[in-house]
Design a protein around this ligand. Structure first.
Ligand SMILES: Cc1ncc(C[n+]2csc(CCOP(=O)(O)OP(=O)(O)O)c2C)c(N)n1
Ligand SMILES: [Mg+2]
Length: 560
């Protein structure tokens, strides 16, 4: 049709809005229904826009900015959808920075909305409230996409671009800043429309064919699943069965393959299988431990699936790299493989036997496993387990049975103590339909324990357990075993955690052994109220022999 004959689309009328209103309307148009936030004068006009958005956008305010940012992270991990948090500039931003760093490491779609000093004063060093030198430069180092919103008219496009960036290529957080005198500025803003559906990225058919051929020819394939495989559980499960391939997952990949499947393995058995494999299909994982610690040789052919074009060759050039979202790529791979019809001897019995042997070896961690068994028996199949940097957490990464994707949240390579409670609170706020369990050591818990107040204020029925050994136990054990028992800075003075919980109005309980913990958990999940369960424990056996393991083939690809 010639251009002039096309029926003219009515141009939606521009209406006057503030920058804050335009930002809020764009967040809502993108499907966000909650923001995690701590207010302050720099963002008053934005909060006023939240207030006037009413039911359409819930504001969960926290007691510290790290709580807001971790909650957004937990919500993003539990749902796979973009989430946002709001903080004042300078100290507010820095208070949230560990969580933003963790979101970056975990490729989590978290949008940071950060205030700024008056626009005309930025960069001039006058000493305005919460001023920080080069805030734009700081946030640009923390995330891949950042920008400043300079007025209402550009707010929708800047917010939309930031949200889009969180799913474009390698997913991850984004940050937007806006000056104190800009949030309230009013001007005509073009109508805000829902984003167009994303075009699926083009799949490299030649690479798919090459990968299918390689995998069909191989006799012993090992699949390694990372955080990037969380939305490809169906496809990974099918491939595992077609190729009779075990699936190795450690922290972020747990739950991609149901742990009731004997092909699902964690680190120690995964290392054994890595040593025997002739091909590896690595899905959404950096492959850091296998490549740098376990070793590679010319008999191991590697196929990488990754959203980031730079990732596959970072440590070791793979035979084939498939770039894009895991699920559609694996579906194409499955089609091609089905045509090649690879015949595999069934490995189910072999895997059952290996699993039984591994269970015997892991029995060294009996005290941790007894608690984990009690937790698994009480936590429903779709319940979400949020890990921490504590003895029960280290053992959970190796041996807690996970049945579904996105039900085991672990902090990835940052492994930052204290992320757990607030992250779990965010997961529970975003998934009120399932029970969420946060496990903590007494060291990590007090990082964000103040957010018990947030759980109460917003009726978030998170159940948390704190294992109390009176120590930064991990640090202490290393001092005992490797530094001639010269103890330093690793003992802890603790509150009475039951009373502490009760002082917020939450339910506090004490459990002295796994069976008491199981009973306390069942009660808490039935009541659905903010709960803290204190479990006094002694020192626990070291898990590290199962985590830091020596090479098993060729040369470890160690960095200089
Ligand atoms: C942000 C951060 N600070 C410090 C550490 C170092 N660290 C690792 S484990 C640990 C002690 C953990 O103590 P606790 O939470 O009580 O767990 P436990 O080992 O006693 O079970 C420390 C300090 C860390 N991982 N992250
Ligand atoms: Mg401890």
């Amino acid at each position: 049709m010639p251009k002039s004959k096309r029926p003219k689309k009515a141009k939606p009328a521009a209406s006057e809005m503030s920058t804050g209103e335009a930002t809020v309307a764009t967040l809502i148009a993108h499907g966000l229904d909650t923001v995690y936030a701590l207010p302050g004068v720099h963002n008053d006009h934005l909060f006023d826009a939240f207030q006037r958005a009413g039911e359409r956008l819930r504001v969960v305010h926290t007691r510290h900015e790290q709580g807001a940012a971790y909650m957004a992270l937990g919500a993003a991990l539990a749902t796979g959808k973009p989430q946002a948090y709001v903080v004042v500039p300078g100290p507010g931003l820095l208070n949230s920075a560990a969580a933003l760093l963790t979101a970056y490491g975990m490729n989590a779609p978290v949008l940071a909305l950060i205030g700024q000093i008056p626009a005309a004063a930025i960069g001039l060093g006058y000493g305005h409230l919460h001023e920080i030198r080069d805030q734009a430069g700081i946030i640009a180092r923390l995330v891949d996409h950042s920008a400043r919103i300079n007025g209402p008219a550009e707010a929708p496009a800047k917010v939309a671009k930031a949200i889009q960036s969180m799913h474009h290529g390698r997913p991850g957080p984004a940050a937007l800043e806006c000056a104190i005198d800009v949030w309230g500025k009013r001007a005509p803003v073009a109508a805000i429309v829902a984003p167009a559906p994303r075009h699926p990225p083009r799949i490299d058919e030649d690479a798919i064919r090459a990968a299918a051929k390689l995998l069909a020819k191989s006799k012993r394939v090992l699949i390694v699943a990372g955080g990037g495989a969380q939305d490809a559980s169906f496809e990974v499960t099918l491939l595992s069965s077609m190729l009779q391939a075990p699936v190795l997952a450690y922290r972020r990949g747990r739950g991609v393959l149901d742990d009731r499947d004997p092909f699902s393995v964690t680190l120690p058995l995964g290392r054994e299988l890595w040593g025997e494999a002739d091909a590896v299909l690595a899905v959404g994982t950096r492959l850091l431990t296998p490549l740098t610690a376990w070793g590679v040789d010319k008999n191991l052919q590697i196929v990488r699936v990754d959203a980031d074009v730079q990732e596959p060759a970072r440590l070791h050039e793979p035979k084939v790299a498939l770039i894009g979202d895991a699920a559609p790529i694996l579906r194409r791979l499955i089609d091609d493989l089905a045509r090649l019809n690879p015949r595999r001897a069934a490995r189910g019995d072999d895997m059952q036997q290996r699993q039984a042997k591994m269970r015997q070896r892991l029995a060294k961690l009996a005290p941790q496993l007894a608690f984990l068994n009690a937790i698994r028996a009480a936590l429903p199949e779709n319940g979400i387990f949020v890990d921490e940097v504590t003895q029960i957490g280290f053992a959970a990464r190796l041996a807690f049975p996970v049945y579904r994707p996105r039900t085991f949240l672990s902090p990835g390579y940052q492994d930052n103590l204290g992320w757990g409670y607030a992250t779990a609170l965010g997961a529970q706020a975003a998934r009120p339909d399932v029970p969420v369990l946060s496990i903590n050591g007494d060291g990590g818990f007090l990082y964000t324990a103040n957010e018990l107040a947030t759980a109460m204020r917003h009726c978030i029925p998170l159940v948390a357990v704190v294992f109390v050994d009176g120590a930064f136990g991990n640090v202490r054990r290393i001092q005992m075993e490797q530094f001639g028992n010269r103890l330093i800075a690793s003992d802890l003075a603790n509150p009475d955690f039951v009373k502490y919980a009760e002082s917020f109005g939450a339910s506090g309980r004490r459990a002295h052994n796994p069976s008491e913990l199981g009973a306390a958990l069942r009660l808490a999940f039935a009541r659905r109220e903010p709960t803290l369960i204190e479990v006094p424990v002694g020192p626990m056996p070291s898990p590290w022999d199962f985590i830091h393991m020596p090479p098993v083939r060729g040369r470890p690809n160690r960095l200089p």
